[in-house]
Design a binder for this molecule. Structure first.
Ligand SMILES: [Zn+2]
Length: 142
C-alpha cells in the first residue's frame, strides 16, 4: 500500500541523502524497507552508517530487506510544534512511534493513526513526498 504525494510543494524538512544513506532511500523509493546488518556482530544497524558502531568494520555490513511488520514499542502524541515549520501545524495532533520491527531493531517513525497502543501490530507504508524522497511510515495492520 502506498500514500501518494500531492503535487504541491513539500514544505517539511527532508532527510539528507548521502552516499551512506542513499541505499536506504533508494529502497524506500521502491517501497521496500531495508536495513544494515553487521554479520560480524550479528546486530542491526540503524540509522545507516559507513561502519559498524560496535566493531568498527565496514566489510561486515550487509543490506537486508525487512518485512516492514512490527509492533508499537512506545509512542507519543505530538500536540504542539515548537519549531518554525508551519507545515506540521495542519497535521496536529499526530503520532510518533518507536516501532519494534519483526526482525528486532527499533526505529522512530510516524504512525498514521488517530490513536495507538503499545503492542499494536503495524506495518510500513510509503509516502512519496518528492520525486527523490519516499518516507516510510506505519499504519495499523489489517
Ligand atoms: Zn559489527
Amino acid at each position: 500500500m502506498s500514500v501518494s504525494g500531492e503535487s504541491k510543494k513539500y514544505e517539511k524538512a527532508l532527510p539528507e541523502v548521502n552516499p551512506v544513506t542513499k541505499p536506504f532511500w533508494d529502497h524506500c523509493k521502491a517501497h521496500e524497507l531495508w536495513m544494515q546488518f553487521c554479520e560480524s556482530c550479528n546486530e542491526w544497524i540503524w540509522y545507516p552508517k559507513a561502519w559498524c558502531p560496535s566493531c568498527g568494520k565496514r566489510e561486515s555490513i550487509k543490506w537486508s530487506k525487512m518485512t516492514g511488520k512490527g509492533t508499537v514499542y512506545s509512542y507519543t502524541v505530538i500536540r504542539q510544534v515548537v519549531d518554525n515549520s508551519p507545515a506540521f501545524q495542519s497535521d496536529i495532533p499526530f503520532l510518533i512511534g518507536l516501532i519494534e520491527l519483526e526482525e528486532g531493531p527499533r526505529i522512530y517513525s510516524n504512525i498514521l493513526e488517530k490513536e495507538s497502543h503499545i503492542g499494536d501490530e503495524v506495518e510500513v507504508v510509503f509516502e512519496d513526498v518528492t520525486g527523490e524522497i519516499t518516507l516510510p511510515k506505519f499504519k495499523k495492520k489489517g
